[in-house]
Design a protein around this ligand. Sequence first.
Ligand code: GDP
Length: 299
Amino acid sequence: FSRLKEGLQKSSHKLTEGISSIFTKKKLDNETLLELEDLLISADLGVETAQKLTENLRKSRFNEDITQEEIHSFLAQEITKILEPVAKPLLIGNTHKPYVILVVGVNGSGKTTTIGKLGRIFQNQGLKVRLAAGDTFRAAAVEQLAEWGKRSQIPVEVASQGSDPASLAYEAYAKAQKAQDDVLLIDTAGRLHNKEGLMAELAKILRVLQKIDPTAPHECLLVLDATIGQNAHIQVEVFQKIARITGLIITKLDGTAKGGVLIALVEKFHLPVYAIGVGEGADDLKDFDAKNFAENLVG
Ligand code: GDP
């Protein structure tokens, strides 16, 4: 977990500095509470969460003497409470074989890298894994996934650049069924600037997967880049219109001061957070642990 601690340093630094400049007097008064609310908003926790946290603090400690340490532990506890219900590991049920996981998100958010890392995690759990390089728009994405596959000795289905990602997805699914794979992870393109095209493409992928099994995909993961802060909300809304998103993976939590956005997203969408990305390396995808995240964020 030290990677997370290191990664969230910018976010926690912002909060720690803020708290020490706000809590110069001992007593918890209105002005201090308002300043704390502003600080939480500026740390990307979202207006509603910021209000809720300060309101809870007001209720329990208004007009009382309070130390900075108490503020830190209050915030860590409250944030843990918010995050605990959504901190769920991604479990591959044996209800479907293969368990089909479609991975969506805007280009650059970290989809391909995340699929590479997830593939390794599942393989290390003893599962039989297959990857499908469905971002056929971007040649580099196909190469990148093929490279991940090679390194981990996981089969990767590829098609030539510009070919139809839906037929690739269909063929990969059929192949995975035949090979009795446990998990099939499918990459997709994320050209948000061409929303119509993106919607049509993902809709087609969903249609062909459902030809094989009407309940597929069994998970649809949305990968979000934490460094974009509040813009992540719009991305969730856009992708929820296209597919039934079953969980989030938040990447690039290393080195951003916007780590608080994860809390705002959880409060708004109540989607499980299956994992977090804290670096580019193979081992930098971590299970999301509510308490650990909260404590490292608050500093
Ligand atoms: P895609 O377009 O959504 O498939 O995104 P990629 O997987 O190609 O990732 C885009 C860039 O972000 C690459 O340079 C990745 O190495 C990098 N990246 C992905 N996840 C993380 C992460 O958790 N932390 C950091 N620092 N970089 C990441």
